[in-house]
Design a protein. Structure first.
Length: 254
């Protein structure tokens, strides 16, 4: 019986190892396929200006993230192809190979690291609360007994849930959260700082002086994709060093 248990254990461990090798091998072959095709497919949720949104003039996806990944792809000798999808669907699309990477203002979190791998950070961000300019709600303490809205799957949603004494409404996208705040359904919209600052350029909105949290932003790739990850990281470092990323930040005001 002891020998049988030992044999079964060895067989199980061997199976696990083979599965891991197979997954890693598939990921590496995926990078080879990308290079051969000459196209990098990117999943993004274009409802988060100025990082990613749809230009109403031509229906193209534009923004800081879009320009950056275009520049990264150019460094790698690749063209880009964008697939618009819900923010909470991007990680799934990356994991199952529907897209090569996700570029949609992803904050680096330990929970997400369980599902995907991150590139090196290309931007530092955080979460804050956007309110009406004439709202009496100015601080976290003012939110006790109030309601806020935040986008599903975002770190802003997690930040919203942590506000003590406040009811967090989780909605499909950031635009809905802002609209709910504007219409009075909630007293605040919890957003990335850069997004909130973009909205606050309009006189009707303002944001908390103190952010709820601070985070780093990066692109995501399928786990076990070392060659793709290394190529992306080298390109990001080069674009940071030559001033391209700084120019893009200035262009998009982030």
């Amino acid at each position: 019986m002891a020998r049988l248990k030992k044999l079964l254990t060895v067989m199980v461990m061997a199976g696990v190892c083979m599965a891991m090798v197979s997954t890693a091998s598939a990921a590496d072959k995926n990078w080879e396929k990308i290079k051969k095709s000459g196209v990098l497919t990117i999943g993004t949720s274009p409802d988060y200006p100025p990082f990613e949104s749809v230009d109403p003039a031509n229906s193209k996806i534009v923004g800081f993230d879009i320009d950056l990944i275009d520049a990264v792809a150019a460094e790698l000798g690749l063209k880009t192809k964008f697939q618009a999808m819900g923010f909470d669907s991007i990680i799934i699309a990356v994991k199952n190979g529907q897209v090569n990477l996700g570029m949609s203002s992803f904050s680096v979190t330990e929970e997400r690291k369980q599902s995907v791998d991150f590139t090196i950070p290309y931007y530092k961000n955080g979460s804050t609360v956007l309110t009406k300019a004439d709202s009496p709600v100015k601080t976290v303490e003012d939110l006790v007994g109030k309601r806020v809205a935040a986008q599903i799957g975002s770190t802003s949603a997690e930040a919203a849930k942590k506000i003590e004494g406040c009811d967090a409404q989780i909605v499909d996208d950031a635009n809905i959260a802002v609209m709910m705040m504007k219409n009075g359904a909630v007293q605040g919209a919890v957003l990335d700082v850069a997004i909130a600052e973009n909205y606050a350029k309009k006189a009707e909105f303002t944001l908390f002086a103190k952010p709820l949290s601070y985070e780093e932003t990066a692109a995501i790739v399928r786990k076990g994709s070392p060659e793709l990850l290394d190529a992306l990281n080298k390109a990001i470092k080069k674009l940071e060093a030559d001033g391209t990323i700084t120019k893009l930040r200035t262009k998009w005001g982030v």
